[in-house]
Design a protein around this ligand. Structure first.
Ligand code: SAM
Length: 237
């Protein structure tokens, strides 16, 4: 029998994400792969009562449960993890796919600050969430029970490899003019280092891609090095 759940399962977002990522394209596949990525979790009424976060600042990391609200409700039993090149298929429950029943996501993020001067706003680092993501729950991370370095991680045993990323002189000059130029440079290098190009396009002819980070459209292309390695170059910001 199906478990007895309140029907309809009444889940209300406790907050909404405002992040460096206005679009899904370009967001790293897991939190912590772009530690320069900033996000703010703005709690919504009635959860924006400062009492809800009393004691939370004593924890450095949080689990966020959220909804992949930009994914379709339709799901399939098999999915194609980008990590496997986009062709091999695994069961949806053997993946961290964004296309899943109930569309629930789980991210471990670093807590930087809590502002309760007007409602409750949590400043986070390393979130892999697009702006507007509804968050259903926040829990403090407990490393003594949840950090399991001995665990087997199937087809995703370690962080994905990264590409070398360069900045054209024009792009570098544009960063110099910005107050947040240093953190933005770090974010660009980390995000592009994850090679955000779609798996099926990675061998395609050189073309200019665009990824929006903060309020910028970062335009980049892939270059083949003499040794065959691929390097991404930011051509325009
Ligand atoms: N760490 C979470 C997990 O394991 O459940 C998310 C992993 S998922 C592979 C990360 C990707 O989700 C990002 O690269 C981004 O493209 C996508 N994403 C982020 N926010 C989303 C949203 N609100 N709706 C749909 N997709 C989203």
């Amino acid at each position: 029998d199906r478990p007895a759940l309140p029907d309809p399962l009444c889940l209300n977002p406790v907050g909404v994400i405002e992040s460096d990522f206005p679009d899904k394209f370009g967001i790293p596949r897991q939190p912590g792969l772009a530690t320069a990525a900033r996000a703010t979790l703005v709690l919504v009424p009635p959860y924006d009562d400062p009492l809800t976060v009393r004691g939370l600042s004593a924890f450095s990391h949080l689990w966020l449960t959220f909804v992949f609200h930009q994914s379709p409700e339709r799901w399939t039993p098999l999915v194609r993890p980008p990590r496997l090149g986009g062709n091999a298929r695994v069961g949806v429950f053997a993946s961290r796919s964004t296309h899943r029943p109930n569309r629930l996501g789980l991210s471990l993020v670093e807590l930087i600050d809590i502002d309760t001067s007007r409602g409750v706003r949590l400043t986070l680092r390393g979130a892999d969430l697009v702006s507007g993501t509804p968050v259903l729950d926040i829990k403090p991370y407990l490393p003594w029970v949840e950090s399991r370095p001995e665990a087997r991680a199937g087809f995703a045993p370690e962080a994905p490899s990264t590409l070398a990323v360069g900045l054209s002189p024009e792009a570098e000059a544009a960063l110099q003019c910005r107050e947040d130029g240093d953190t933005l440079r770090e974010l660009i290098l980390q995000v592009l280092g994850q090679d955000p190009r779609p798996a099926y396009r990675r061998d395609a002819e050189a073309r200019i891609y665009g990824v929006r980070l903060r309020d910028l459209d970062v335009r980049f292309r892939a270059l083949q090095e003499p040794d065959g390695a691929t390097r991404l170059e930011v051509v325009e910001i």
